[in-house]
Design a protein. Structure first.
Length: 166
């Protein structure tokens, strides 16, 4: 009976560990788009520490392996979830601002000089946005998620969203 229970716990650990690894891989990939490549490397390094619980597991230090795997997952995954939620909110707001700018141009034949007239759905997001216009015929709207050095932006001239560093 005890052997059967240990086998079930062992199988459960393997499943949880694989799920954590998959979530960590996804998180590490998307850290690039929220924090940039330099900070992404920190999380990739933390992810690579998963070799420790794997080694512990093979040396029959299973409890230690479980704990270390959960700690690594706890470092990498939750912060990315927070950034993903923030990214979703910012993207929705950015689409609304872009719509505001195009509506303004339709009414006034030029792009607005600023977006001060725009009413943010979530005022706390306003500090993440910047807007500039060149000769009233082009505009660039940009926002950042995790760090100001990594921006997502829309350029009217090209008519598409881009990312820097890209």
């Amino acid at each position: 009976m005890r052997f059967h229970l240990n086998q079930k716990i062992d199988s459960l650990f393997k499943i949880i560990f694989l799920i954590l690894l998959c979530l960590e891989i996804i998180a590490c990939y998307y850290y690039y788009y929220t924090l940039g490549e330099v900070k992404q490397m920190l999380f990739v390094f933390i992810f690579l520490l998963n070799i420790i619980p794997v080694l512990c597991y093979f040396f029959r230090l299973k409890i230690i392996a479980y704990i270390i795997a959960l700690i690594i997952g706890g470092i990498v995954i939750p912060y990315k979830v927070v950034l993903f939620i923030k990214w979703s909110e910012l993207k929705k707001e950015a689409l609304e601002i872009r719509k505001f700018v195009y509506n303004y141009k339709e009414l006034n034949k030029i792009f607005p000089e600023n977006i001060l007239e725009y009413e943010f759905k979530k005022q706390k997001l306003a500090k993440h946005f910047s807007y500039r216009t060149a000769n009233q015929q082009n505009f660039v709207l940009q926002y950042y998620i995790g760090t100001q050095g990594t921006t997502h932006y829309y350029n009217h001239k090209f008519g598409k969203w881009s990312y820097y560093p890209d």
